[in-house]
Write a protein that binds this ligand. Sequence first.
Ligand code: ADP
Ligand code: MG
Length: 461
Amino acid sequence: MASGGSTRRIDEQWARVSGRLRAEIGETAYQSWLKPMTVREAEGGQVKISVPTRFMRDWVVAHYADRLTALWAGEDAAIQGIEVVVQPDRPLIPAGAPKPKLAARIQGTGGEGHGAAARPDISAPLDVRFTFENFVVGKPNEFAYAASRRIAEATAPPFNPLFLYGGVGLGKTHLMHAVAWHIRKRNPERNVVYLSAEKFMYRFIRALREQNTVDFKEQFRSVDVLMIDDVQFISNKDSTQEEFFHTFNALVDQGRQIVISADKSPSDLEGMEERLISRLNCGLVADIHSTTYELRLGILQSKAEQLGVTVPRKVLEFLAHKITANVRELEGALNRVVAHAQLVGRDITIETTQEVLHDLLRANDRRVTIEEIQKRVAAHFNIRISDMHSARRARSVARPRQVAMYLAKQLTSRSLPEIGRKFGGRDHTTVMHAVRKVEELRERDSAFAEDVELLRRMLEG
Ligand code: ADP
Ligand code: MG
């Protein structure tokens, strides 16, 4: 515990720091976020600050931590960071002091009178990076994005539920958190709960064991927006599905919003009850497709910007071509390249990138060979494999050949000349032309785009 003298010093520093920040961020933000803060101590280079709710903690950490640290370091050079903790009862505030506005709002009786006063915090924490602002929109995810935004901005459910589905690492969780952040920011009195289906099940089973299911039901039934991530997890878990179904119906009947995610469409989920599937199908079903080259490039640019580093465009293009599995892997690759460059103090080039990621690139290569691509594409378009190497120029064989070259460029780390050689000794400019042609056709012709996408998915297995 700090002595009286140093407590006074900390209080004075805090008064100056918060005064500066107040001037920077304006009165409203000050009242909402800074005023409810209590400075606990400054020790070991860390200032410890408490706030009344977890939401405030997440928000403060995401938006003000860096600035607060910098301002405080200006007061005391020993300060290197701040730590924000949740302390609901604020014991350091003298009795009778006015309650901070926002905390009162969050914990108050709530606008709709459904028990917000005793609102238990059953939501899992949100990732501060998963906001709409940080989400890069492209063809594969624009529908899911638009639907999520619509939900986030609506006051009554525009469709119920919103069912988001797609493969791993394509942004489902990111979009759900973004919806939650958006609503919590705009309407802090709305009770938004985000949970993985696994957690939901775990809670339910614990309630059963502790014979506490009434509380469990109450908790969920006072929710305004319920988001359950990865529901494929409760397939084949009959009692959990049953409970989920009842919770679901109760909330929908009361006009509350539900958002669900899964790795498959409702109808493709195995081990799900028919009536649950039909309810899930009732609202809006939005799928997130595999990434395209353009989206991957956009995401890389945005991530590099967030990291505050300049990465040569050639390197970003290289990564967008090679790391095609999902966004998570793409992000991981970029982080590795950047971390390596910073560590050894060298520029980021294609060569260093290849070096740093050799295992990952090899794994991507191993996934599919040019021969496999040729075989699959030939079978798909019903032509002979030998036509992949032949000189025939009829559209019926030339187009599939171009598709195969395009996929070879996308799915392997072979260079253009290498690819050309595998296609009957063609020149690298022919391969380049094929890649451009296919990209152009994909833009113009959605049936063609789907064909290519289908092939890509099959090849990636
Ligand atoms: P999922 O839940 O579908 O498995 P996540 O939402 O966890 O995938 O996304 C994996 C990672 O990729 C996260 O770090 C997320 O921020 C990032 N990500 C996915 N899609 C995008 C996008 N369109 N823009 C920016 N980042 C994205
Ligand atoms: Mg997820």
